[in-house]
Design a protein around this ligand. Sequence first.
Ligand SMILES: C[S@@+](CC[C@H](N)C(=O)[O-])C[C@H]1O[C@@H](n2cnc3c(N)ncnc32)[C@H](O)[C@@H]1O
Length: 248
Amino acid sequence: MKPEKPLEPHPALPDYYPDLAQRPAFVRGLFDRTARYYDHVNRLLSFGSGSWYRRRALERVGLRPGMTVLDVAIGTGLVARQAMAITGDSRAVIGLDVSAGMLDEVRRLLGIPLIQGLMEQLPVADACCDLVSMGYALRHVADLNVTFREFHRVLRPGGALLILEIARPATSFKRALLKFYLGRLIPLLGRLTTGEKDMQTLMRYYWDTIENCVPSETIVQAIRDAGFAEAGCDVEFDLFRAYFGRKG
Ligand SMILES: C[S@@+](CC[C@H](N)C(=O)[O-])C[C@H]1O[C@@H](n2cnc3c(N)ncnc32)[C@H](O)[C@@H]1O
């Protein structure tokens, strides 16, 4: 049988790496080096609203006390922290990330079980959790189809998927505004307030991956193709995307 062509979230970005084969090492290295500044820059770009937004999204997909959560691409734990607040149980949330730097940060901040690994090959058992959450990392996976199938595999029947993302706005005016804000101003502020050139690169890369990402319809279809029922996407301000699905 012919191997399935990967569904990449965006094409290679030659300003950062020559081809997609180099992307995982580039992404991992960049997050390793910037982990200790991540929360600071996140506050800067979301004006402090990030926690509220993440919590509301988790509640909307039905997270409740008694459920177990696998938060993939946990980073410094911004989604996991809100999941812990809702479930009221630190053992109910498991975090996974590929970056040792990010895992060191989150280990300092939250006392939850952590796994170093790739979301394309989750090192956890089938049907082990009620919710898979992923905040702002969809643009970093090697293959959306493979990743969504993994999410489906590890969920219990009836379990929910939540993926938070930023997407390129549809109108050219909003796009130009966001390009200036996320693509220029935030990278510059990130560098000036931390003194780290890598922080500027991370935030430039953030915008470039948003600008080049496949459309939301492609992502929803891939979620559906992975076996999820009720797949869809909530859009706010032509910018914020909350993708969801339910395992039948
Ligand atoms: C922008 S941070 C998101 C952190 C957090 N979820 C949030 O809501 O802010 C993206 C995270 O994805 C992780 N990551 C990137 N590619 C990954 C992969 N293939 N598997 C697992 N983690 C990955 C990075 O190490 C980084 O910690």
